[in-house]
Structures are given as C-alpha cells and as structure tokens.
Design a protein around this ligand. Structure first.
Ligand SMILES: Nc1ncnc2c1ncn2[C@@H]1O[C@H](COP(=O)(O)OP(=O)(O)OP(=O)(O)O)[C@@H](O)[C@H]1O
Length: 313
C-alpha cells in the first residue's frame, strides 16, 4: 500500500537556502493494509517530517513515496490530491489545534460532507456520521453541537478519527496522537487504533515512546538523526535489539519495578560495528539479520564506521 523508497528530506537554510538541514536520510519502509507501523525516535529524529511527506504536506527531496504503486509526488492537480486525501489522512498531537473554538466541534464532519460528498442528502449523511461515531465509540448525543472546550482531548481525538473514517481512508498517519491525553483516555484511543487495524486500515504511528510502540505496532522502525538504524517485527526488535541505539532507548524506558536510582547511568554500547564490512557506511540499504529484522551501521551520524573487520566492502 504505502512504500517509502530511499526517501530523504533536506530543509534549505541560510541566506538564499544555500545550506540545509538533512532531516531524513535514505529512509525505506512499507505500511501494508491492516498493519500498524510505529516510527520511533528521539526529538528531532525526523519522525514528523516523514509523516508530513506521506501526507503531502511537505515535499520529498529525493527518493519516492508510492501509494498503491503511484508516486505521490505526481499528484499535482488538486483533484488528484483530494482523491489521495480521501484515502490517507493524519491526526496530530494537539487535538485542540485542529478545531476552531468559535464553532461546534462536529463542524469538522460537515466540512467533509461539503468538500467530498456534496451530493449525499442530509438524512443519509447523518446516518454515516452516526456510524463513524459508533466506530470511534462516541455517543452522538454527547458530541453533537458541543464546542471544543466542552469535550475532552480524547473525545476530540476520536472525533478527528471519525472524520477520517467518513472519507473511507486506508492509511492513517497518527503523529503523537496520545501524548497530550491523560492515562485513562490514552488507552481508549489506543484501543481505537486496534479496532481500525482490524478493519484493514494501515496506521503509521509516530511516537517517541517505546512502550506505546510496543503496545500498538506490528512493525517498528527506529530512527536516529533522520536515518533508520533498526527495523523489523516489533516482537523481534524489542526482544532482540541489534543496534546499540535501540538497546540504549530500551534501557532508558522507566519500569514499574525500578526506581531511578537503580537504573544504570550509562547504557552506551561501544562495541565496534560488527556489520560494517557487510554494510558500507552511508549506504541506504540496511543489513538483513533475518527476514523481518534489519539493522544499520553502528557509526553515529557522519562519523566513520569503527568496524572490527577492516574497511567497508
Ligand atoms: N521547516 C523546517 N525547516 C528547517 N528545519 C526543519 C523544519 N522542520 C523540521 N526541521 C528539522 O528537521 C529535523 C527533524 O524534525 P522533525 O520535526 O521531523 O523531528 P521529530 O522526530 O518529529 O521531532 P519531535 O518528536 O520533537 O517532533 C529537526 O532537526 C528539525 O529541526
């Protein structure tokens, strides 16, 4: 369904855009129908930039993003883009910023009707809306005509997902969608994602939270400074992390049975890169450790690879 093939993004900076920030480097992965792929990395690792490129809110500098085989960079006419957004939608971190406080929150659903289904009659539309609200477990009576400040963050997020469902979407980009919610509403929204997956939707779940990624996703992509350092089946990556950065991230997740003073101060792994002879540093390809487990070079950023077994092949 969605395929990223060696995608990079450089933001021009400086006078006349002569220099640039490379936010995403040679990133390749896929999202299949009914699959939740989590994109995990620290702040600034390029997660949101990837989500924005998939949503066509930001252009790709090099590489290709295809949806059902078609390069989304080729969607230049507004009609083509509108069709794409019928299938691919995003929900973001701050639900309040998606609403205009002077209008009732369910106006976001009317906007879908006006923009995409002007020929659907009022009664039929109401039925569709009720169905979508039921899927996201919202009581129509509790949200109809209510203003954003009268609804909780979780209700507003679910309303945004209902809006996406009205469009018959096939891929949802969920960018930190629960990080502003309290613990009890978080689980509701997470369970909603599980429902969507069961309905065959693909989800690109952007998060910096490993525990969440483990909870919701089938596939995990670990990003560091714009580059994929490890990816694979979530169960494999979490049980048997191969890259020192992934291990460091996993070691830093707070655990209920540990207090902060018990945590190791430095979980850094300084082993030489065992893969570097097989994985030329800087190359876009990851090394396949197994069919569902890939790892990148241990070298950090643009530093030369400190391989144990001679220069890169
Ligand atoms: N419009 C822009 N112009 C210049 N640089 C940008 C722009 N947007 C993002 N960047 C840079 O690209 C890099 C990746 O940013 P991005 O927002 O994708 O990271 P992130 O992993 O989503 O971080 P966070 O979790 O903090 O949102 C950062 O170094 C950021 O400063």
């Amino acid at each position: 369904m969605l395929v990223l093939d060696s995608v990079s993004k450089v933001f021009p900076t400086g006078a006349f855009g002569r220099s640039g920030v490379t936010a995403v480097r040679d990133v390749s992965f896929a999202v299949r129908p009914g699959e939740v792929v989590s994109l995990i990395g620290e702040s600034g690792s390029g997660k949101s930039t990837i989500g924005r490129m998939v949503l066509r809110l930001s252009s790709v500098t090099s590489g290709r993003i295809t949806f059902d085989g078609a390069d989304i960079a080729g969607l230049t006419r507004s009609r083509q883009l509108k069709e794409y957004h019928r299938r691919v939608q995003g929900v973001f971190q701050d639900p309040f910023s998606s609403y205009n406080p002077i209008f009732p929150a369910d106006r976001v659903l009317d906007v879908v009707r006006r923009g995409f289904f002007p020929d659907v009659g009022a009664a039929a539309w109401r039925e569709r809306v009720d169905e979508a609200l039921e899927v996201v477990r919202l009581d129509p009576g509790q949200v109809r005509g209510r203003y954003p400040h009268q609804l909780s963050g979780g209700q507003l997020q679910r309303l945004l997902v209902a809006r996406a469902l009205l469009l018959d979407i096939r891929l949802l980009v969920a960018d930190e969608i629960i990080s502003m919610l309290d613990a009890s509403t978080r689980i509701d929204v997470l369970n909603l994602l599980a429902d969507l997956r069961a309905r065959g939707l693909g989800v690109l779940f952007v998060t910096h939270d490993l525990a969440l990624g483990n909870y919701v996703s089938d596939t995990t992509v670990i990003l560091r400074r714009g580059r994929v350092v490890e990816m694979g089946a979530t169960a494999t990556v979490y049980a048997d992390p191969a890259h020192p950065y992934t291990r460091r991230l996993l070691a830093s997740v707070p655990r209920l049975d540990q207090r902060w003073a018990d945590l190791p101060l430095d979980a850094a792994d300084t082993r030489p890169c065992p893969y570097h002879a097989r994985h030329p540093h800087g190359g876009p390809a990851l090394l396949a450790l197994a069919e569902d487990h890939h790892v990148g070079c241990f070298a950090e950023g643009d530093a030369p690879c400190q391989g144990a077994d001679g220069p890169p092949a």
